[in-house]
Design a protein around this ligand. Structure first.
Ligand code: GRG
Length: 293
């Protein structure tokens, strides 16, 4: 990985929410979930795209965008905490550890999620980039995480339980629930680095294809993975009677589709981005469809 982006994100996050003003039980719960591991995919994608766009000022842009990237991981972690609650997916295990409401209690987990979401936006405004670029990226992120994006996707997911969805309905649900935040991480990397329209378009195409490949792989892992490796409960989708890619098209076709979307993600970069960060983005797409957790 160029410049150990994941390590940089990890280090940044480990210094977050140590503020004495935060009630200690709340900061303990926030840090418990935030620092429980995770691939740090969204912040790393944001940083790698920004670096690929910034070319000769990669170190400068990495430092400048890091607070924004960390904010994206906070939003992601909030969504996982709330998704695991008894009123939602009701999970006991996340990132290989007891879920936030199991380690603490339900009310604390709700507040920890609320606080991570709210404070994420405070973090993001600390990015050291021109204010018009920052404003645009903040707006894009609020939209991607909100009612027309991830929260809306979660609503469709809950409504879809026990129903037979069409492939088109499943695609829309996935685009919102999982795809929006991944796609947004890539687009914001380009926006924050003040990319050319061509670079921004390539980043959007890459993010969109990656988002679908990611969700198909997640559905496959729920069928074929084991709890210890995946780090969360498996066979959950079938138990909740959820429409998934393997349930609609079969396991083999789902694998083939994931590979195809991964290739399309890689191709979206061709002719626009080159160098180690572009290669890292290609490798990330390949790793995502071959992942075991
Ligand atoms: C509760 C508002 C609200 C939204 C929840 C993201 C989400 C919507 C639910 C998560 C459920 C889920 C397992 C979705 C599948 C894709 C996904 C987001 C997996 C987890 O992301 P990873 O693999 O996790 O990047 P790590 O732990 O590596 O960060």
């Amino acid at each position: 990985m160029p410049a150990d982006l994941r390590g940089r994100v990890e280090q940044y996050l480990s210094a977050a929410f140590l503020d004495k003003e935060i009630p200690s039980r709340l900061s303990d719960a926030m840090r418990y979930s935030l620092l429980a591991g995770g691939k740090r995919l969204r912040p790393v994608l944001c940083l790698a795209v920004a670096r690929a766009c910034a070319k000769d000022r990669v170190e400068e842009i990495t430092e400048a965008v890091l607070p924004f990237a960390a904010g994206l991981e906070m939003i992601h972690t909030y969504s996982l905490i709330h998704d695991d609650l008894p009123a939602m997916d009701d999970d006991d295990l996340r990132r290989g550890c007891p879920t936030c409401h199991k380690a603490f209690d339900e009310a604390t987990a709700i507040l920890a999620g609320d606080a991570l979401l709210t404070n994420a936006f405070s973090q993001m405004t600390r990015a050291n980039v021109p204010v018009h670029a920052l404003l645009e990226a903040v707006r894009l992120t609020a939209d991607a995480a909100g009612a027309a994006g991830m929260v809306g996707g979660q609503m469709l997911d809950l409504q879809g339980e026990g129903k037979k969805l069409s492939l088109e309905e499943l695609r829309i649900l996935n685009e919102k629930k999982t795809g929006a935040l991944l796609f947004n991480a890539c687009e914001c990397g380009a926006v924050l680095a003040q990319a050319s329209p061509e670079e921004r378009h390539a980043a959007r195409c890459y993010g969109s294809e990656l988002g679908i490949a990611f969700q198909i792989t997640d559905d496959i892992l729920d069928v074929v993975g084991d709890e210890a490796t995946v780090g969360k409960e498996v066979r959950h989708d079938a138990e909740s009677d959820k429409a998934t890619w393997p349930s609609l098209v079969g396991l083999e076709k789902a694998r083939e589709l994931a590979r195809r979307h991964c290739q399309a993600a890689e191709q979206a970069l061709n002719g626009v981005f080159s160098g180690p960060d572009a290669e890292f983005l290609r490798e990330t797409a390949r790793k995502l469809v071959n992942r075991t957790h």
